[in-house]
Design a protein around this ligand. Structure first.
Ligand SMILES: O=C(O)CCC(=O)C(=O)O
Ligand SMILES: [Fe+2]
Length: 358
C-alpha cells in the first residue's frame, strides 16, 4: 500500500508548533528556509534540539533542490536498474577495492542477514590515494567509481546530484552547529581534505520471500539525506517502537549518523532505521547521500558543548558488536568491510569481520 503524507501548507509542522506529542507519534517536517532565518534562530534552535535529540530523524522541505533535478535523478536511477543483469554485473562492486559499483540482491548484509535490494555506490570521483597501505586501509576508500558503458548520462547526472546534496548537507550541518552553540568554523575541521561521501541509488524489487529490504542499522556518517518514492516501508525506531516514515513528495529525510553522535558525546543519537521489503508486485526506489567528514582529519574532536547540553550527553551508545573507532577512516572502512564481504574476501582477506559482528 502506498504511504503518502499530504504536504499541503497547513500540514507542514513549522518549527514554531512542534509539540512533543507530534514528535513522538510521527516525524517532524523542517523548513530549511525558516531554519536559516536568523530572526527565528532562538525559537527554532530550541525546538530543533529537542526533536534532534528525541527522534533524530526529520523531513526537510524548503531545501532549494528543484523538482526537475529530483525527477531527472529518479528517472536515471530507474534506467540504471533496468539495464540487463550482465551489464550491471560488469560493474559489480566485487571488482572494486574502493567499494564502488553495483551490488546485487542479497549481496549486502546487515546484521549478518542479506538485504533484498540492489544498488550502485558512488563516491567522489577521485584518483586512487597513493598513500594507501595496510596500516591506513581507509585510504582505499578513495578511488574511481564504476560507471556502466550502456548509460553514459548516469555519470554527469549523478555527480551533479551528489554536488547539490553535499552543498545541502553542509547547510543542514550549519543548522545543527548553531543549535549546538558551535562556531560555524567547526565545519572546517570536519571537511579539511578530499571530500568523502557516498551516494547510493537503491532498488527494492518486488519480493515475497525476504522481508528485509535493509536490516535495522545506524548510518555511519554525520547525517544522511534520503529521498524515497511513494511505496513506503522505511521505519525509524523510537522508544514507542517502529514509526513509519511515509512518503512526502520532494522532501528529504534527514537522519543523524554515528559521527554526529560521537561529536556530541551522545547528546544527539544516531537513529536506528530499517526498510521493510515491498510485497510481491511492488518495487521501491530510494537514494541516499551519506555525508561524512574527510577521512584524513584523523580522530574526531568532540564539540565543546555548553554545560546545559553537556550534562544531558550520556556518551555515545556502545554496541559491543559494533565498536566505534575514533579514527574517522578506520570507522568508515570497518562498515564497508563488514557489509560487502565479496570485496573484503577478494581485496582484504586479512580483515574479514568478526562473525559475531553486525
Ligand atoms: O532506502 C531507504 O529508504 C533507506 C536506506 C538506508 O537506510 C541505508 O541505505 O542506509
Ligand atoms: Fe540507513
Amino acid at each position: 500500500m502506498s504511504q503518502t503524507t499530504d504536504l499541503s501548507p497547513e500540514k507542514v509542522i513549522s518549527s514554531h508548533n512542534i509539540e512533543p506529542s507530534i514528535i513522538l507519534n510521527s516525524l517532524p517536517i523542517i523548513d530549511l528556509s525558516e531554519a536559516e532565518n536568523p530572526l527565528l534562530a532562538d525559537a527554532f534552535d530550541e525546538k530543533f534540539r529537542k526533536l534532534a535529540r528525541e527522534i533524530g530523524f526529520f523531513y526537510l522541505v524548503g531545501h532549494g533542490i528543484s523538482d526537475e533535478d529530483i525527477s531527472t535523478l529518479e528517472t536515471t536511477a530507474k534506467a540504471f536498474f533496468e539495464l540487463e543483469p550482465t551489464q550491471k554485473q560488469t560493474i559489480n562492486m566485487a571488482n572494486s577495492r574502493h567499494f564502488r559499483g553495483y551490488t546485487g540482491l542479497e549481496e549486502e548484509t546487515t546484521r549478518q542477514k542479506p538485504d533484498f535490494r540492489e544498488q550502485i555506490d558512488i563516491g567522489p570521483e577521485l584518483p586512487v590515494d597513493p598513500l594507501a597501505n595496510e596500516s591506513e586501509l581507509w585510504r582505499n576508500l578513495q578511488g574511481p567509481n564504476l560507471w556502466p558503458n550502456e548509460l553514459p548520462e548516469l555519470k554527469p547526472i549523478v555527480l551533479n546530484w551528489a554536488d547539490k546534496n553535499r552543498a545541502l548537507a553542509i547547510r543542514v550541518l550549519k543548522v545543527f552547529l548553531r543549535a549546538l552553540y558551535q562556531d560555524e568554523s567547526a565545519i572546517n575541521q570536519l571537511l579539511d581534505g578530499n571530500p568523502h561521501h557516498l551516494l547510493k541509488l537503491i532498488h527494492y524489487p518486488s519480493n515475497n520471500t525476504n522481508p528485509q529490504g535493509v536490516g535495522a542499522h545506524k548510518d555511519a556518517g554525520i547525517l544522511t539525506l534520503l529521498l524515497q518514492d511513494s511505496v513506503g516501508g522505511l521505519q525509524v525506531e523510537s522508544d514507542n517502537g517502529w514509526i513509519n516514515a511515509p512518503y512526502v513528495k520532494n522532501a528529504f529525510i534527514v537522519n543523524i549518523g554515528e559521527t554526529l553522535e560521537l561529536l556530541t558525546n551522545g547528546y544527539l543519537r544516531a537513529n536506528v532505521h530499517r526498510v521493510i521489503a515491498p510485497k510481491a508486485g511492488v518495487s521501491r526506489y530510494s537514494n541516499a547521500f551519506f555525508f561524512s567528514p574527510c577521512l584524513s582529519i584523523g580522530e574526531l574532536k568532540p564539540f565543546k558543548l555548553p554545560d546545559s547540553l553537556a550534562k544531558l550527553a550520556k556518551g555515545p551508545s556502545s554496541d559491543p558488536h559494533n565498536p566505534l573507532f575514533k579514527h574517522v577512516g578506520d570507522n568508515a572502512i570497518k562498515g564497508r568491510l563488514r557489509s560487502h564481504l565479496a570485496v573484503t574476501k577478494r581485496f582484504y582477506p586479512n580483515h574479514l569481520p568478526d562473525p559475531k559482528g553486525n
